[in-house]
Design a protein around this ligand. Structure first.
Ligand code: AMP
Length: 210
């Protein structure tokens, strides 16, 4: 068994998930689009649980777990960690939060395989993703925001322009095509991601309530 497979075992489970009639949202967009910031407002307004795979991975790094140590190198280089790692984490959290009113997925899914795994996990609960809210922000603004955040966040992947641009390329290549995946299900809502935080929140809530 590979080291990745071993560490992933921790996160996999076979319990049936019981989460019917919930509201699950995917907050989507490139790095720096404002997903984390907006998630805070949306979790509060709708009573949802925020699931950020980036935050979960950074917690693993901080705790120096085997998974964290393996993910750290890829994250610092601006590359995605393997699908089975993040899918295992998400499944584990869904199983451990059966009472949640719903989830906001932030930074997940990022590949077609992750989106399919999420649909599968939702199906097992008799539930589904309600909407994908896709924040749209031009690349130069993303770079400015991320490098600005890097001055205080301490995140190594926010500190170098080369890594920041690499993350944006990864998004364009592997993640942006998921808009088509959700569009085909009638769930894509494009949201203009420039302006004040309050304005963007109200565009998001209009889309959710509409
Ligand atoms: P984020 O905090 O969402 O910007 O994620 C930071 C980094 O964590 C990404 O650049 C990836 O290396 C890794 N990561 C977070 N979420 C995922 C995911 N769903 N799939 C693969 N890698 C991820």
């Amino acid at each position: 068994m590979t080291a990745w497979a071993e560490t992933c075992q921790v996160f996999t489970g076979s319990q049936p998930l019981e989460m019917k009639n919930k509201m699950h949202l995917v907050l989507f967009g490139p790095p720096g689009a404002g997903k984390g910031t907006q998630s805070q407002f949306l979790t509060e307004k709708y009573g949802l649980k925020h699931l950020s795979t980036g935050d979960l991975l950074r917690a693993e790094i901080k705790a120096k777990t085997p998974l964290g140590l393996q993910a750290q190198e890829l994250m610092s280089a601006g590359e995605l960690v393997p699908d089975e790692v993040v899918v295992g984490m998400i499944r584990n959290l869904l199983e451990n939060n059966p009472d949640a009113k719903g989830f906001i997925f932030d930074g997940f899914p990022r590949t077609r395989a992750q989106a399919e795994a999420l649909d599968e996990a939702m199906k097992e609960t008799g539930s589904e993703i309600k909407l994908m809210l896709a924040l749209d922000v031009p690349e130069e603004e993303l770079v400015t925001r991320l490098l600005g955040r890097g001055e205080t966040s301490g995140r190594p992947d926010d500190m170098s322009e080369e890594v920041v641009r690499k993350r944006i390329r990864e998004y364009e290549k592997k993640t942006a095509p998921l808009k088509d995946f959700y569009h085909a299900q009638g769930k894509l809502r494009k949201i203009h991601g420039l302006g004040s935080i309050v304005d963007i929140t109200s565009r998001l809530t209009d889309a959710i309530d509409g």
